[in-house]
Write a protein that binds this ligand. Structure first.
Ligand SMILES: *Cc1c(COP(=O)(O)O)cnc(C)c1O
Length: 381
């Protein structure tokens, strides 16, 4: 079977195991190993595709094709660029698209490094406006805007905004839209189909899912816009290593399996937390009575692996984390091993001291739920 046979009608799992693979060549591996090269043989005129390692690498090419097929499976022409990290990808869009005098609309409740990028842009003469994700509040900040940045579901608050509605409103005002798709992954939501100009994500989280790789990507359909993003990658040099790119591609084969199990586990943990009197502020877009559920069900196919909630005090949250046996106290999310952390320890998010971001892994559902309930009991003391 060749890559051309990966038609959109095939199921997501079927496509996931084959995305980006090259044409079969006798005696060659299915997924060629990482190409470690700073430069390539290049006699005569310097023509592409492979000349210098900061610009191109065959291992990235396969990964980029794979991610493009996941974000835009309908056969639409898109361009994908891999980066050294999610922040490298985010910065590449922000810094390649915005000039002095432009207006950027950021979510006020987005990833906690986003405000730093906003500050930097402000120092270059970009006007930065902030509005929350919930209730599509960014709509009110769009007049005169150049670029609208969405993060949905937002990390760590798990609010959801209506991507299609916001894209329509932005495009009416000639404003571009980028969506951070880290939490949902392309199997959870496809921003380009909902109207976005860029789908951007950290591949460090559930996309690669094993907590051993930092990676980012940008997918876009406009060749001119993407040329500017590519140019930025060349200028800054925020490129992924071949090993990381290869590990990421290898991991995509199990993305559907992982995403299914992890969202099942997240929902089960959320349901279990619902019954506990000490838990407040429980959020999971997959819960029927969650404020995000209605819009999430319209635009998402899976609700993700992250559950947010608060325990009454910082001490109680610390005791809970300490008592967990199957869940590592660690930052980040999306890995096959469950993790949780008291988010307030970083100081960057507007969250209560007892706020916990819980990332459901691929453990057996009953084991995970039992561990969470037992740790809650221990924390109660
Ligand atoms: C982690 C994260 C990022 C940053 O990704 P890195 O790979 O850590 O640079 C960006 N956006 C969201 C929503 C994230 O969770």
């Amino acid at each position: 079977m060749s890559d051309e046979n990966i038609v959109p009608e095939l199921g997501e799992g079927t496509r996931a195991v084959r995305v980006g693979l090259p044409e079969p060549v006798k005696h060659e591996p299915t997924l060629p190993g990482p190409v470690f090269a700073a430069h390539y043989h290049l006699p005569g005129d310097p023509t592409g595709p492979y000349a210098y390692g900061r610009d191109q690498n065959p291992t990235w090419t396969l990964l980029e094709r794979a991610i493009g097929e996941l974000e835009a499976p309908g056969g639409e022409q898109v361009e994908t660029l891999a980066f050294a990290s999610g922040m490298a990808a985010i910065s590449a869009v922000l810094f390649s698209q915005l000039r002095s005098g432009d207006v950027l609309v950021l979510p006020s409740d987005g990833y906690n490094v986003l405000p730093l990028a906003g500050e930097q842009l402000r120092s270059y003469g970009v006007e930065v406006r902030n509005a929350p994700t919930g209730g599509d509040a960014q709509l009110d900040a769009l007049d005169g805007a150049t670029l609208l940045w969405l993060e949905t579901p937002s990390n760590p608050g798990l609010d959801v905004c209506d991507i299609r509605r916001l894209c329509e409103a932005a495009h009416e005002r000639d404003c571009l839209v980028a969506v951070d798709n880290t939490l949902a992954t392309p199997l959870g939501q496809r921003p380009l189909e909902l109207g976005a100009d860029f789908a951007v994500a950290s591949g460090t989280k559930q996309l690669t899912g094993h907590g051993d790789v930092l990676l980012g990507y940008v997918v876009g359909r406009d060749a001119g816009l993407m040329a500017a993003v590519r140019r930025w990658r060349k200028i800054v040099g925020a490129i992924p290593g071949p090993m990381e790119a290869w590990l990421a591609h290898r991991s995509l084969a199990t993305l559907q399996l992982r995403a299914d199990r992890q969202s099942t586990n997240a929902l089960a943990v959320a349901e279990a937390l619902k019954g506990r009197p000490e838990v407040t502020g429980l959020r999971y877009p997959g819960l029927r009575d969650d404020p995000s559920h209605k819009i999430a069900s319209q635009q998402m196919r899976r609700f993700g692996c992250v559950v947010s909630f608060s325990l009454p005090t910082r001490a109680r949250a610390d005791r809970f984390l300490d008592a967990l046996r199957l869940v590592d106290d660690a930052t980040s999310f999306g890995g096959v091993r469950s993790t949780a952390e008291r988010r307030g320890r970083w100081g960057g998010d507007a969250v209560p001291e007892g706020f916990i971001r819980f990332s459901a892994g691929a453990e057996d559902t009953d084991d995970l739920v039992a561990d969470v309930l037992r740790a809650l009991d221990v924390a109660t003391g």
